[in-house]
Design a binder for this molecule. Structure first.
Ligand SMILES: Nc1ncnc2c1ncn2[C@@H]1O[C@@H]2COP(=O)(O)O[C@H]2[C@H]1O
Length: 255
């Protein structure tokens, strides 16, 4: 199975895109600004969107996606997230004020958009050769990470999270773990902000990675613009033995 990074930055500008991964041809993980780089034909092929949480940098393109391709498709776009996250989207985005409620357009019986509750620990298979499982995450709003299992290897994405002891036993039990994409939003100088906004800084990342008991290729995501180089330098110092690499926009990861 193939994952293409459409966006992995903690902000925008200068070619940066916020979080979205295309998995296979029909599945998205999060719908940040990177989704806008797909062609209309590619956008129309998206059948399944798994959201980690409701923050704007992870959902920004969902309203535009469904409006752009809805009429070209013969089935709804299914959005999988916890009930808590779906409730936030219903109340604050698809509320007819910020955006029309595409769960009722063109009609409730055959809508362009469908919400599918997908809770922590739940697994689903959106396309052949891909099983998605929701993993624990701790953020300022309800959040999950995801395990993507091709049957051969698993790739784990933390989503936005801070220090979380519940996450690591689940990851350590994944026998076919190949890749871990983990966030580090801020540099060490911004530790107070990392704690307030429930993210990680390099020092916290090192504490977290010490809980990983399996070998894995480790990629860093969600670096905030303006402190990318410093944060990666600090990661190189604080977590050197894990050889973390910076995840890049456009990068392809096979698993
Ligand atoms: N006190 C705060 N709590 C949460 N987020 C904050 C705060 N101050 C600034 N932010 C920013 O708001 C952003 C919301 O999205 P993120 O969680 O990616 O990252 C967060 C921070 O960059």
């Amino acid at each position: 199975m193939r994952l293409k990074v459409l966006g992995c930055s903690g902000g925008i500008g200068g070619g940066m895109r916020t979080t979205s991964f295309l998995v296979g041809r029909h599945t998205l993980i999060d719908a940040g600004t990177g989704v806008g780089d797909l062609s209309v034909a590619e956008l129309s092929q998206i059948d399944h969107l798994f959201l980690t949480h409701a923050h704007l940098d992870h959902i920004a393109m969902l309203p535009l996606l469904v409006d752009t391709v809805g009429a070209m498709r013969d089935k709804p776009l299914d959005v999988y997230a916890t009930r808590a996250t779906l409730d936030i989207l219903a109340a604050h985005i698809f509320n007819w004020r910020v955006w029309p409620d595409f769960r009722e357009i063109p009609n409730k019986a055959a809508p362009f958009l469908r919400f599918v509750p997908f809770e922590l620990g739940e697994s689903g298979s959106p396309e052949p050769g891909l099983t998605v499982t929701a993993l624990p995450a701790l953020h300022t709003v309800p959040a999950v990470g995801y395990r993507l299992d091709s049957g051969k290897h698993s790739l784990v994405f933390t989503g936005d999270t801070t220090v979380n002891d519940e996450f690591w036993p689940v990851v350590n039990a994944i026998e076919n773990l190949k890749t871990l994409i983990i966030e580090t939003a801020f540099c060490n100088r911004e530790r107070a902000l990392a704690e307030a906004s429930r993210h990680l800084c390099p020092d916290m990342l090192a504490t977290e990675l010490a809980k990983l008991s399996r070998p894995a290729d480790i990629y860093i995501t969600h670096l905030k613009p303006g402190e990318i180089e410093l944060t990666m330098q600090e990661i190189g110092e604080d977590a050197a033995n894990f050889r973390p690499k910076m995840l890049k926009n456009g990068q392809i990861l096979d698993f």
